[in-house]
Write a protein that binds this ligand. Structure first.
Ligand code: BGC
Length: 752
């Protein structure tokens, strides 16, 4: 059969399936009582195994539409049986769980996955997570979190996909595709949830749950695009943010939930509140009591109440009193039923655990290993210390509180992750030393010294032993950073330097004269300027997950090469944040000529003896490492940047191409990045914006042309009237290995 008829048949099937779903929704709504309708909008917390009488009663009475945090498959099936067989209409439950970066097998934290710049790997990771979770009765995950993270003090940057809307959007789509699979009705698929709509990442001072003030243009060009991308990939649900947006908390924000999401974007799935974010509308100071809060959330467009019990307690009464139209309740219920029907829950309410592997198969660990390898970012490598050349090394000192921590290497949000599966760096290095790598005098000797009780310990009693071990070794491998509890929800920091006595530990090791490799595991970018000149090599590993050990050992010993690139800008010191590549220029941008550090100001300097430009006196104005940065064991050169044609219409497309050459001695992977700037526009635009990227594997000495299509539509931005506009004029273009790349060109957009 020719392709076109295949696609016509497929389109026909989709339309027919859609119509069937809508017919069933209408039929159910016709038969539902008001209380049963409200029940569908109510999500309750599970009890971690076992069906309580109260929960059974509520499910039987049709008072519950969804349950979260129940992953005992027998309990899930029993609850489902009560819903399907004992409730009047037999509507199945939707069971949700935070499956954020793996389920049993743990992948790198999402920010680490973002550092792979590898959408296909991210998709496969989400697919794996879905299969593991679905075997436990879960059919809905509260992921991906696509909030833009530009303030590393915020603990939840660990869960986000970085600072950049283009990168986050590409990876969010990949995650959605992975979780939801080819067909939501496949028992191994999870409905995904794009969260937290919207602006949650912009909380003032990087404090979780904090107020956000985001002008609409900024919202539309920075915070909303990754959500739009997730929707483009078919995301089934959205979650409202906890945060207050410009005076109207997201959970009561009609502009977000109805105008943007439904009217502009045409979303037809449902929106769930965040945990008790509806009753919290009173705490915000928006509503006087829960009844008002329920009315505000429902009329704004929030369909399901997560745990708040506000809809359960007040929606029916609001309808009876005439404050809320039942027709609106019907719309809300229809959205929930639509997702349940799309998931095939009516046909297959029960989980058949035997369809899924009991324990993660080897392929899952292999994928977790690949993701951990690709997420690590090599930030410094003086004199090519890495990969460790074993012919000169007889002994290694492995030092630090994170070298042997099966739980900490997993990071935040690992409800179901099993640290029993973890392989730690110390274990993996031990295996390599015993079996694989040999120094000049036989197997390499490995000595481990923890040094500090935790990453937060101020107590220095362990440092003498650290110094002794480092002094006696040929190389010191330091595993430092943050334990998992220092990032994640509600875990923000005001100072993002290495906590506790870790800087002192690094200084002590440095003083021994032994070469130092610092491996950082952390849930956020850290401010590492104070220690950078005290280490010879720096590998930033995030929280790499189950397979941290083998991945890091292989990177350190050269069995794999680093290919991660920073998904967030790394500041020198905390006071620089928020610092991100796509900032606007200001009228007084700092330059080498205008910048003066305060130590260089003469005594009695007058007010304008410094440059009167936009920088801090006590640090440099550049970050420590720019967005997109990362080294590897070879080098790459870029040349011959071309844009063709040199002029395009406002609805046209150009092609940007560059020659990439591997100029080193080893094969390697480069992440080629395309940036643009619109230097004169009706609304000031960022100095650089990422518009494309590609991971390119290149053999030593090889060259390749890399080409990016750049359609005019990708250059559209919200104009003064908030409508997307592509304006005629010059567009500057850069291609290279990070956001500071200098290889540039330009082309012109002309009016049609
Ligand atoms: C978080 C959500 C999460 C929910 C359910 C909330 O506290 O903000 O991201 O999905 O809890 O666990």
């Amino acid at each position: 059969m020719p392709d076109s008829s295949v696609s016509t048949t497929r389109a026909g099937e989709i339309t027919e399936r859609r119509e069937r779903v809508e017919r069933r929704i209408r039929d159910l709504l016709d038969r539902m009582t008001l209380d049963e309708k409200v029940g569908q909008l109510n999500q309750v917390n599970g009890h971690d195994g076992g069906v309580t009488d109260e929960l059974a009663h509520r499910v039987r009475a049709g008072e519950v539409g969804s349950i979260l945090n129940e992953v005992d498959v027998r309990t899930v099936n029993e609850l489902q049986r009560i819903a399907v067989e004992e409730s009047r209409l037999g509507i199945p439950l939707l069971v949700g769980r935070d499956v954020i970066h793996g389920f049993r097998t743990i992948l790198p934290i999402p920010l680490g996955q973002a550092a792979t710049w590898d959408p296909e790997l991210v998709r496969r990771g989400a697919r794996m997570s879905a299969l593991e979770a679905a075997g436990h009765g879960v059919r809905w995950t509260f992921a991906p979190m696509v909030d833009i993270g530009r303030d590393p003090r915020w603990g939840r940057v660990a869960e986000c996909l970085g600072e950049d809307p283009h990168l986050a959007g590409a990876l969010a789509s990949a995650m959605v595709q992975g979780f939801q699979g080819e067909d939501l009705a496949d028992p191994g698929s999870l409905a995904a949830c794009a969260k937290h709509f919207a602006g949650y990442g912009a909380g003032e001072a990087g404090r979780d749950y904090n107020t956000t003030n985001i002008p609409e243009g900024e919202l539309r060009s920075v915070h909303l695009p990754p959500f739009r991308a997730a929707l483009g990939a078919g995301v089934a649900t959205f979650m409202a943010s906890f945060s207050d947006l410009n005076g109207i908390p997201a959970s009561a924000n009609r502009f977000l939930m109805t105008q943007v999401l439904r009217e502009e974007w045409g979303f037809d799935g449902f929106v769930v509140s965040d945990w008790e974010s509806i009753p919290q509308l009173c705490i915000h100071g928006l509503t006087a009591d829960d009844r008002e809060a329920g009315l505000a959330a429902a009329t704004a467009g929030v369909d399901m109440d997560m745990v708040g019990e506000v809809y359960a307690d007040h929606l029916a009464e609001l309808v009876v009193e005439g404050a809320l139209h039942e027709a609106l309740v019907d719309v809300m219920v229809a959205r929930v039923l639509r997702v349940k029907l799309r998931l095939g829950l009516f046909e297959r309410p029960y989980t058949e655990p035997e369809r899924f592997p009991v324990e993660p198969p080897p392929s899952h660990f292999a994928l977790a290993y690949d993701a951990a390898v690709r997420s690590a970012v090599l930030l410094k490598n003086d004199e090519g210390l890495l990969p460790l050349a074993m012919d000169g090394i007889g002994s290694i000192a492995v030092i630090g509180p994170l070298a042997q921590e099966p739980q900490e290497q997993l990071g935040t949000w690992v409800f179901d992750g099993d640290p029993g599966f973890s392989i730690t760096p110390l274990e993996a290095i031990g295996v390599l030393a015993a079996e694989g790598v040999h120094g000049p005098t036989g197997p390499v000797k490995v000595r481990y010294v923890r040094g500090l009780e935790t990453t937060r310990s101020e107590d220095r009693w362990g440092l003498p032993e650290v110094v002794e071990a480092a002094g006696a070794a040929d190389v010191a491998l330091l595993f430092l950073g943050e334990e998992s509890v220092l990032s994640g929800e509600g875990h923000c920091r005001s100072d993002i330097s290495l906590p506790g006595a870790q800087e002192a530990l690094i200084r002590a090791v440095r003083a021994t004269g032994t070469p130092v490799v610092l491996v950082v595991m952390a849930g956020r970018p850290l401010a590492l300027e104070a220690v950078l000149d005290k280490v010879d090599a720096l590998l930033f590993a995030w929280h790499p997950g189950t397979m941290a050990g083998p991945a890091l050992a292989d990177l350190l010993f050269g069995r794999a090469a680093p290919s991660g690139r920073l998904p967030m800008t790394f500041p020198r010191v905390t006071g620089q944040v928020p610092i991100y590549h796509a900032h606007r220029n200001t009228g007084r941008p700092p330059t080498p000529e205008t910048f003066v550090h305060m130590r260089d100001l003469p005594r009695g300097a007058s007010q304008f003896s410094a440059g009167a430009a936009s920088y801090h006196l006590d640090t440099h104005y550049t970050p420590l490492f720019p967005f997109g940065f990362g080294l590897t064991y070879t080098t790459f050169a870029y040349s011959d940047l071309q844009v063709t044609p040199a002029r395009m219409a406002t609805d046209g497309e150009v092609r940007v191409s560059v020659t990439l050459e591997n100029t080193g001695e080893r094969d390697g992977v480069e992440v080629v990045q395309l940036y643009v700037r619109d230097p004169v526009a009706s609304v000031t635009r960022p100095v650089r914006e990422l518009k494309g990227f590609r991971r390119v594997a290149l053999e030593a000495g090889a060259r390749r042309t890399v080409t990016f299509p750049l359609p005019a539509a990708a250059l559209a931005f919200p104009g003064r009237d908030m409508q997307p506009v592509v304006e005629p004029g010059e567009i500057q273009v850069w291609v290279g290995g990070d956001a500071h790349t200098a290889l540039g060109a330009a082309f012109e957009i002309v009016a049609p």
